[in-house]
Design a protein around this ligand. Structure first.
Ligand code: NAG
Ligand code: NAG
Ligand code: NAG
Length: 217
């Protein structure tokens, strides 16, 4: 199995390949500097060319946005954790191509705009966590139609409405602290009319990475 793990930059370990037989410790030391340089300005442009099945980039101050090229990992990527990385911008529509992803965690960032409706194409997703961002607009019905979804967490955003959740489907969900009328535990009117709550036009958005390319092994 190939995987990338990037721990907080103080203990940066990344791009190690269990199948290669190189001990992770050796590679950890060797790749520390390259890794730091590669990720310090955000996610590399060509992350989508990586053959990893597990991508853990949690708790790094990466900044920047999620490159659309991640869609190219559709055949291999199983789990992607981008929690608390100071990410901005819209979620690229290409996430719909991640048909093998079972866990998608983009929580605790500054992601904004509407959720792309293509999110309904993530046919294997079980755990979907986009809480603590600045998403706006409608929570699309396609989310609740995901066949294997178990837990959908979208609390602490600025969603203004949601498609009626298909009651027949057993999904644990948490949508507290949004701006959805008639739903319990939502944000204040003041927060919901603030600048950050405004709908962003994602069609103008360029889903680039940090402009750097990562070396593949
Ligand atoms: C997050 O990134 C922005 C630049 O996009 C930067 O100005 C800010 O300081 C970062 N936040 C933290 C907590 O470092
Ligand atoms: C659902 O996911 C959230 C966020 O990832 C987690 O905190 C919560 O414990 C999960 N709930 C269940 C029932 O698995
Ligand atoms: C939803 O999340 C909030 C904040 O994390 C928590 O306080 C609340 O108990 C959760 N609600 C449900 C129904 O799980």
């Amino acid at each position: 199995m190939h995987w990338v793990q990037l721990l907080p930059l103080s203990a940066c370990s990344c791009l190690y390949d269990i199948a290669s037989g190189v001990s992770s410790e050796e590679l950890r030391v060797a790749s520390y500097d390259a890794c730091y340089q590669l990720f310090r300005f955000g996610i590399p442009e060509n992350i989508g060319n990586s053959p990893v099945s597990v991508l853990v980039l949690a708790n790094n101050n990466l900044g920047g946005c999620i490159p659309g090229s991640i869609g190219k990992m559709g055949k291999t990527l199983n789990k992607i954790i981008l929690m608390n990385d100071n990410l901005t911008g819209c979620l690229p529509p290409q996430i719909g191509m991640l048909k093998k992803v079972t866990v998608f965690d983009g929580s605790f960032n500054h992601l904004q705009g509407a959720l792309p409706s293509s999110i309904g194409n993530m046919k294997s997703v079980e755990q979907l966590d986009i809480a603590h961002n600045s998403f706006t607009g409608v929570v699309p019905a396609s989310v609740y139609q995901l066949p294997t979804l178990q837990n959908f967490t979208y609390s602490f955003n600025y969603f203004t409405s949601e498609a009626p959740s298909c009651a027949a489907i057993e999904v644990v969900s948490n949508g507290t602290q949004n701006c959805i009328p008639d739903k319990m535990n939502q944000r204040s009117a003041k927060q919901c009319s603030s600048e950050v709550a405004r709908l962003v036009d994602c069609s103008k958005f360029k889903y680039g990475g940090n402009g750097r390319e990562m070396a593949l092994h």
